[in-house]
Unconditional design. Structure first.
Length: 260
C-alpha cells in the first residue's frame, strides 16, 4: 500500500526545504499539538517493509503526511465527528486490528518454525506425491450403462476427445477430458487405483465407479516425479507451517474463552 498518490509524492519529495528543529520526542507541532516521533518511525517502518529506501526525502514525506493527517484530524474533532457512534466503532476496530497484528507477530517470533519441522513437512509432501506423475483424461457419466456405451464407442474407433464432450465434468469436457499432470493422491481412490494400472495410451475396459458417477479413464502419459529442491520451496513451507501454527493457537484461545 502506497502512502501517497504518485503526483502528490513527487510534489512532496521535490519541494521540501530544510526542516525546522523540533523536540526529539516529536517530529512537528500542529496548532500546539505534538506529533510523536514514534508515529513517524511506525510509518517509516511500513515504507521500508515495502522496499522504500530510507532517505531524507522519505523522512520529509512522512513528516508532511503526518502533519496533514493531524490537520484533518483536528478539523474532524472540531466538528465532533469523533463523538459519533459509528466513527467511534471504526476507531475501536482499527485499534483492535493493530493490537491483534502486534500479538500475532509476537507469537510468530516466540514460536519459530524449525528446520527440522520444515524438512519433515517437505518429506511428507514428497511421500504423498509418490515417485510418478500421470497425465490422464476421462469421461464422467451418471450411469454404468452410459459408461459401457462410451467404452463400446471407443472400441469402435471413436476418438476420446469426441466422447469427452458428453462428460459431466465441466472442467475437462471442453479439453477432450484432459486433467493435466497429477499425482495419484489428487484423485479419489477408485479413480487413482484404476489410473495407475493403465499403460500409456490405454483406457479402462470397464467403468470406474466413484462418488461422482462412472468414469472412463485414458492414460496419455506417465513420468518420474521431479520435486523442487528443498531450499527452493523452504520459504513457502515456512509460511504455510507458521500460518497453521497461528490458526491452531487462535482455536485454542477461542476454546478457552468464556463466551456468554
Amino acid at each position: 500500500m502506497k502512502l501517497f498518490p504518485s503526483r502528490l509524492a513527487v510534489a512532496l519529495l521535490a519541494g521540501f526545504l530544510a526542516l525546522p528543529a523540533v523536540a526529539a520526542e516529536s517530529v512537528a507541532r500542529v496548532n500546539g499539538v505534538a506529533i510523536p516521533s514514534a508515529m513517524a518511525e511506525a510509518m517509516l517502518a511500513e515504507q521500508r517493509a515495502q522496499g522504500a529506501p530510507d532517505s531524507e526525502q522519505l523522512q520529509n514525506a512522512v513528516r508532511e503526511e503526518l502533519i496533514r493527517r493531524e490537520v484533518l484530524s483536528q478539523e474532524a474533532g472540531k466538528k465532533g465527528l469523533d463523538k459519533k457512534a459509528d466513527v467511534q466503532a471504526q476507531m475501536d476496530m482499527a485499534r483492535q486490528a493493530i493490537l491483534i497484528r502486534a500479538y500475532l507477530q509476537d507469537f510468530v517470533r516466540a514460536n519459530p518454525i524449525s528446520d527440522a519441522d520444515l524438512k519433515k513437512e517437505y518429506d511428507a509432501i514428497k511421500g504423498r506425491m509418490g515417485d510418478k506423475e500421470y497425465k490422464p483424461r476421462h469421461v464422467l457419466v451418471e450411469t454404468e450403462t452410459e459408461a459401457k456405451a462410451i467404452i463400446a464407442r471407443l472400441q469402435n474407433g471413436t476418438p476420446f476427445e469426441e466422447v469427452a464432450k458428453e462428460s459431466r465434468d465441466p472442467g475437462s469436457k471442453d479439453r477432450g477430458g484432459e486433467l493435466g499432470w497429477s499425482n495419484p493422491g489428487m484423485f479419489v481412490k477408485p479413480f487413482s487405483d484404476a489410473m495407475v494400472t493403465l499403460q500409456k495410451g490405454k483406457y479402462t475396459s470397464t467403468p470406474v465407479k466413484s462418488d461422482f458417477g462412472y468414469h472412463v479413464i485414458q492414460l496419455d502419459d506417465v513420468r518420474d516425479v521431479q520435486p523442487p529442491p528443498f531450499d527452493e520451496v523452504k520459504p513457502q513451507l515456512q509460511q504455510r507451517l507458521q500460518q497453521q501454527k497461528v490458526e491452531r493457537h487462535v482455536l485454542e484461545l477461542r476454546e478457552k474463552a468464556k463466551v456468554e
